[in-house]
Design a protein around this ligand. Structure first.
Ligand code: ASN
Length: 386
């Protein structure tokens, strides 16, 4: 079981210096990109025990000596970093808010943003930012690397240079992850490989662009530009837990989840297209109890590809009848951050259940659904295409 925001004892929440420093004076002054280094392998070095940790200031100094950045092809890059820098395993929703607020403060000073981030939780951060940055009309590109900048086989340099080019030049209005040679929609991504340099994939949605000898952007797949003014809605409600169902699991803890009053959402990772043990009547009863207690219960799949269709099998239908809603083809990363975002907007459980099934930022594609853009949802960004 995993909880979204609980129990972080970090003595200091990261802040940013907020006076971004120019890295490449000979880059084109016609375009400006803010690079925000939050931590992660890309700027790490090995300590005496051989383990990797981030070194404050080191990445900035290193980037100032990267010759390629000092060409007209590149936008002028300004650099800021988290203090303290974090391994992304240490990231929590408060850190996502720090990133969102930094982008908000500098939104009108830059044409695009590159967030350098550890790979382990990059997909969660990208999903969270995609929801918090409402009416986004500029590129926000997350990248990082599997190896530190200084190591001989590093992917750091190429990931960073390519992400900067995309953030400075492409007409993107969404949060993306660039990794290896591909640009993905951020809220569709998963880290798929702990070792490979092509660590990310977007299993239920094609890549948005591929970088080879040229940058090929699939314009048809991009989010539509927003109609309203940019703003940030911070994620403040994070009492969402994720439960991975395995055969014969113990479900007794659900009782305390339903009665404790501090859990607002439960994401169930079920089998296949949203199947779970309906024969286990205690689990069905637990799900009903959660829903009755006003907790939003969403079904995702343990499968990487495909769509949750609770009605397809009798075992799945039984859970739909208890009030469990399908997460369709969303990743668990997108589902958990979307639910926390909607809860943070003050939506009631009933409203959350409805909007969870709407496509807000291209995070899901549900052919049977059309988006209700009427009345109170006008403050949510219009859906991405398709
Ligand atoms: N542990 C690192 C992180 O997520 C892994 C990486 O960046 N490759 O910060």
């Amino acid at each position: 079981m995993a909880a979204l925001g609980a129990g972080y004892e970090s003595p200091v929440s990261p802040s940013t210096a907020d006076s971004p420093q120019l890295l490449n004076p000979r880059g084109s002054s016609l375009r400006k990109v803010l690079i925000l280094y939050t931590g992660g392998t890309i700027g790490m070095a090995r300590g005496e025990d051989g383990s990797l940790g981030p070194i404050p200031g080191a990445l900035r100094r290193r980037l100032q000596s990267v010759d390629e950045l000092n060409q007209e092809l590149f936008p002028q890059c300004f650099f800021d970093e988290f203090d303290p820098l974090l391994d992304s395993a240490d990231m929590c929703p408060e850190d996502w808010c720090t990133m969102a607020s930094c982008i908000e403060r500098h939104y009108y000073d830059f044409d695009g943003f590159v967030v350098l981030h550890g790979t382990d939780t990059m997909a969660y951060t990208a999903s969270a930012l995609s929801f918090m940055l409402e009416q986004l009309s500029k590129p926000v590109i997350l990248t990082g690397s599997q190896l530190p900048m200084e190591e001989p086989l590093t992917d750091a340099r190429s990931n960073l240079l390519r992400a900067v080019i995309i953030a400075g030049r492409a007409d993107l209005t969404e949060v993306c992850i660039f990794f290896g040679s591909k640009l993905f929609r951020g809220n569709r991504c998963k880290k798929m490989d702990a070792n490979a340099l092509t660590a990310f994939d977007s299993p239920n949605f094609p890549e948005l662009a591929v970088v080879g000898t040229e940058v090929k952007i699939h314009h048809r797949l991009l989010c539509n530009p927003p109609k309203g003014r940019f703003r940030v809605h911070l994620m403040t409600v994070t009492e969402v837990i994720v439960v991975c169902v395995v055969p014969g699991f113990s479900d007794s803890f659900f009782d305390s989840v339903a009665t404790a009053g501090n859990v607002k959402g439960v994401i169930l990772l079920l089998y296949g297209c949203g199947n779970a043990p309906a024969r286990k009547t205690s689990f069905l009863a637990a799900c009903s109890k959660l829903v009755t207690a006003g907790i939003v219960v969403v079904a995702c799949s343990q499968c990487i590809h495909g769509n949750v269709e609770l009605e397809k099998y009798a075992v799945g239908r039984a859970f739909a009848e208890c009030g469990v809603i399908p997460g369709h083809d969303m990743t668990a990363e997108a589902t958990v951050t979307k639910l926390a975002y909607l809860l943070s907007k003050g939506l009631s459980p009933g409203e959350c259940r409805k909007v969870m099934q709407d496509n807000l930022r291209g995070e899901m594609f549900s052919p049977a659904k059309t988006l209700d853009v009427s009345s109170s949802w006008t403050d949510l960004q219009s859906p991405c295409s398709p």
